[in-house]
Write a protein that binds this ligand. Sequence first.
Ligand code: PLP
Length: 477
Amino acid sequence: MSTIINVNQNILEMEYAVRGPIPQRAAKLKQAGKNVIFCNIGNPQALGQPPLTYHRQVISLIEEPAKIERERELKEIFEESPASNLRYEDFISEDILNLSEEILTKTGMGVGAYTESKGYFFVREAIANFIDKRDRFAPKSNLQSNPESIFLTDGASDGAKRVLDLLIAKKTDGVMIPIPQYPLYSASIRMFGGVQVNYYPDEEKDWALNRATLEDAYSKATQKGVNIKAIVVINPGNPTGSILDARSVHEVIKFAQAHNIAIIADEVYQENLYGGEFVSFAKALGEIKTVPLFSLHSISKGFFGECGHRGGYLEVRNPPQISGEDLDFIDLLLKQASVSLCANSVGQIMTYLMVSPPKKEGKVQEKFIEEKEKVLANLYEKAIMVRKSFEEMDGLEAFGKTGAMYLFPRLNKLPTGTDDFDYCMALLEETGLCVVNGSGFGLKNHLRIAFLPSKKDLEDVLPRWIRFHNNYVNGTR
Ligand SMILES: Cc1ncc(COP(=O)(O)O)c(C=O)c1O
């Protein structure tokens, strides 16, 4: 008989819908040979999105530096006697070879060694430059990003967990999260033993945030003895796919300032805008020094989709002082990071490439722009396809601009006695389309669809979904 043990109840009780019962059933159906279209998770390359050549060529050379010289030698042999089935473009460009050498030199001994606990300094410097450029922070101004306030992380999830782990000091410490939310936040708050405090973006106003809703959530929680430490904002949103307007971003900052709490800005979808405008919290915060800000970014989303490589960063602005200690939050983040030694080195280089796209005009830049625009255009077209199909579904409504990789429509007309989970499970069983029920993100009578599968798969499944939907909600199945 196996040993029986007690484990951390917080982990036992936490939930993670994106990989919950519906996706698990989908995996079983697939194993049994059924055609399943996975629209349950923002994992672009799992659904056929190609990686960018720029990123992958550099990474391959960095992993095996001997290839750099070999490539040059092969190119020379080719130039002397061109083989008929090869073209000059088949060789890795000199610019990429040079860049890879440069990166290798900056790493010191290559990617097989531990890095500084905060991450390679040259990568943090490149991230700081990227932020300054993105937010138009003037050179030498006090708004400029500081590489010493940046931590490389194994994906944004890792960054979020580090901050929450440090912030949640007592059972009564609370963190405000939007509902619907990405379950990383509810799960992590649970894992670290804090209190989840829900606030509700205004769905019918394109998921905007207003001070009154935030104040309402705050006062209800504080009346129950919760000590709110931070508010999480996901922009562009997951699961909603919405893009926050500047007003909403400023409302959150004013709210955080009034209550002396930190902001955790999850901005992993900042490149997935499809026409909307992204306002970073760092930019909106400007000169305000009284609001601690933790901003997260990642290589998993945007047009990179390098989820498996686990890379990202955390930037800290206005780090709070630690009570009773001569330390600030960055000192403690460093201490905490040191325990895991460092974020994975290849993910760090991927992050470097994310923030340093090819600058020099030429073939490498042209190809990069072409591939980037193709991925983004393809995502946008698929979003439109899905949104259009909603028009034919009885009682289904989607609000907000389209951002991120998701749509989160409301199911206004579910048959009595059924809920969004039943709907999504039946949809999976009947059509092979795997989406996640809104209740998995905290909001009932909704569903989240990730518009990542190929256009062909969507063209195939959307008419079946429309038929299923209208029959299901009208009880004519
Ligand atoms: C809002 C949000 N934050 C964080 C993550 C996780 O990102 P990463 O792969 O960088 O850990 C996701 C993944 O889907 C996400 O949607």
